[in-house]
Design a protein around this ligand. Sequence first.
Ligand code: SF4
Length: 477
Amino acid sequence: MAGAIKKVLLINPPSGLYRRDDRCQSRVEEQTVQVIFPPIDLAYLGAVAEECGAEARIVDYPAEGSGWENFILDITRFNPQMLIFDVTTATLSRDLLACRIAKEINPDIITAGKGDYLSIYGEQVLREHREIDLVFVRESEATLRELLTHGIDENIQGIMFRGEDEQVIVTEKRPFIKDLDALPFPARHLLNNELYRSPETNNKLTVVYGNRGCPAKCIFCPAGRMSGYKLRSRSPENVVRELEECVHKFGITEFLLHGDTFTMRKSWVIELCKRIVDAGLNIRWGCNSRVDTIDEERAEWLRNAGCWVVAFGVESGSQLMLDKMKKGATVEQAKKAVNICKRAGLRTHAFYIIGLPWETAETLQQTFELARELDTDFFDINIAYPLPGTEFFEIAKRDNLLVSANALADGSYARAAVRTYELSAEELTLWRRQALMRLYLRPHYIFRTLMYAAESPRVIKNYLSYASSRIRHLIFG
Ligand code: SF4
């Protein structure tokens, strides 16, 4: 299909400000903590492209607040031979506009998409949309390296593409990368690091991935399918070297240390924390955890190493719902996990999910009660969004729970795309809004949050500005 590819443009298309993680595809404005994370997946690909001798550029249009006019300028001026773009399920049709525009300007450009949706429906998308040439299936770093080294052909694992005779070719699945240390560090010099800031302190912030894969099988989550059901971790030494690079080369001191299940392997987390302490890095970071993969020792080490907040997928206050969604965790474990963190001096962020098929008024109330009892510093209530390829999506389709033919594009984590066996989509959407308002407006919660923020006028200003935008969003939608 192509000669040597010497210029690659990697983009988040100007189709809305979303988190474009495969397992989290929410609109930024719908989250309690409205943080814009840098597109580290694109930065990994940028690093691979450079290692292959190509010139790479990354543009995150939604984060920059720039639109299609800028994209047209970039395609015209940079004149890449390959365009790689990230999609979300909700924005796919708008994301594809990038391919149409790019092809109009340069009919020979290779347009290649990545993301959870394309990993599943890539074949169909390629058939229906001639403007897209190629789709990456699951992890794409090793695939891009081969594409840039050998060109596009059917021996490259992990792609779908349109062949010479217009037939869509689906190649063999690519095994997951075994040695994550072998990956180059994300090409942060290609990112505009100024765009990504801690919503609290306004300092530069980035994401460092410690591991990939998750053995759990929560029915709403594509993590295992996209990254494997086996946990693969980078060596703590390798992670610390990347942190050092961020601090010394890019002046970044705030981090989200992320992984599908970051705290799962106890010895790994503790070793990582020890190395962060030994490196003398004066950094501030948060991480995510399952409620059953934290204990006193891990919490102490997290705190010692500069972690200040831990986020948990608590999901529900109903054990029945936790069992139905195959969370593999209990309400009691959630209570214990949050208490452990509080005692260790860590702040906590709980994520709840409502609207899975078995949800009732009673299970919603149980979730509300649990949110009140846990009383975490931050919390989000997301409405279950049926990402294609998940068991939840299959159930929603089978039982006619999607609210319309266009539910995936119209719905979001704040506006139900589904109903449950007992509750309508409207009831779910309204319940979420009211529950969040009641939780935010608890006097002791406001007081505690302001006391925390009072440490610095800048933090107070940021908290107030986010609080007002949040309340506005909940009232006016
Ligand atoms: S624990 Fe569940 S929600 Fe979290 S990454 Fe694993 S499968 Fe996804």
